[in-house]
Design a protein around this ligand. Structure first.
Ligand code: BYC
Length: 330
């Protein structure tokens, strides 16, 4: 747990009513001031942040699994080293995000229990399989590409610890996206078989990547409050559109086809229009019925159980140090 500042009002805050405190909070948000852990904040703002930051943390941790599947089978030493570094980075992102959530008064154990009991959500995208090596490239290019599009604005989020965590995460995600695109480029310029693998991976990941941005604006329950509080700077549909406009030219450069027969460039609007997203598939994945939901949670539960001895050893060591300090002070 850490904090960067104390509420600027100090003891005076106690004398203000809820209404006045909320007005002052909104004025600070409007003035682009960062809200820090010890500042007064409305309960709904706190709960929204705990929900989003913890879902984000879980996504990073569960997100290690689809690519981790290929570490032992990466085709060259260089690719293996890159993949290990990337998957390790995702674990680090999860750790920063759990720390940011803890500054809001929730414990990491509570959050991990919510994930392992199946109560907490994590990004839909990580419930899809990685049957070929090209899926590793498609994840870096598309999934990390979508994550950057979503997370760059989060660097300006009104909550200080989340915003600061995102700055480092985005730097690392940008390397992740580049390595994925580089891998796709090698496959797309390789043998016909390699090019076919790249195309099939694009076919598998394109629509799930678009779903990462969340439901359409009309069905987004939290966007109104989150945009008012400057947690989210853009709506789900705005970010999805930016991602399509950014990524379609990259697919062209790879000489791969985006699997959407309705995709076209709208000259008047200066943007792409694209076909309908299968929201039924999205809902099913969120309900736990995606291709890999059961497998992903089972893997996390297994890893947690296997790590019990490490947590026990760390606690025993901390207790030993505490006792030693007491004895020395006596
Ligand atoms: N998947 O009102 P809405 C990575 C839920 S990992 C599952 O629009 P909000 C990486 C939503 O939670 C990066 N659930 O919500 C790691 C809400 O449910 P609840 C992951 C989704 O929060 C390893 C309900 O639908 N990025 O980069 O305003 C390897 C209504 O939605 C999804 C983040 O976590 C979804 N896709 O907006 C490689 C970014 N979408 O809570 C890469 C941080 C929506 O009411 N999060 N839901 O039960 C956000 O920016 C926002 O939370 C979202 C959703 C844009 C995702």
């Amino acid at each position: 747990m850490y904090t960067q500042a104390l509420d600027t009002l100090g003891a005076e805050a106690a004398s203000l009513g809820e209404g006045a405190l909320e007005q002052r909070f909104l004025a600070r948000v409007d003035a682009e001031e960062k809200i820090e852990p010890k500042d007064w904040m409305p309960a709904r703002y706190r709960n929204t942040l705990i929900r989003q930051i913890s879902q984000h943390a879980h996504s990073e941790i569960v997100g290690m699994l689809p690519e981790g599947n290929w570490i032992t089978r990466a085709p060259t030493l260089k690719r293996k080293a890159i993949l290990i570094a990337k998957v390790q980075d995702e674990g680090g992102h999860g750790a920063y995000l759990y720390s940011a959530a803890e500054t809001l008064g929730v414990s990491r154990d509570q959050l991990i229990d919510q994930l392992l009991s199946g109560k907490a959500k994590y990004s839909s995208i990580f419930n899809y399989p990685t049957p070929t090596w090209a899926d590793v490239g498609a994840i870096g290019w598309l999934v990390d590409g979508a994550a950057i599009m979503n997370q760059i604005p989060l660097c300006r989020c009104s909550y200080g610890p989340y915003a600061r965590g995102m700055v480092r995460v985005c730097r690392e995600e940008s390397f992740h996206q580049r390595q994925g695109y580089d891998l796709m480029l090698h496959l797309a310029r390789g043998t016909p078989e390699q090019k076919r693998m790249a195309q099939e991976a694009l076919n598998r990941w394109w629509w799930p990547a678009l779903m990462m941005f969340g439901p359409s604006d009309a069905n987004s329950t939290h966007s109104g409050d989150s945009q008012r509080w400057k947690i989210k700077r853009f709506s789900n549909d705005e970010l999805r559109q930016k991602f399509v406009d950014f990524t379609v030219p990259q697919a062209k450069f790879l000489d791969l086809s985006v699997p959407d027969p309705l995709l076209r460039w709208d000259e008047a609007k200066q943007m792409h229009t694209f076909g309908p997203i299968d929201w039924n598939e999205f809902d099913q994945v969120l309900k736990g019925n995606g291709p890999c939901n059961v497998e992903r949670l089972a893997a996390r539960r297994h890893a947690h159980a296997e790590g019990q001895w490490v947590r026990d050893a760390a606690s025993a060591y901390a207790e030993k140090q505490r006792q030693r300090a007491i004895t020395q002070a006596a």
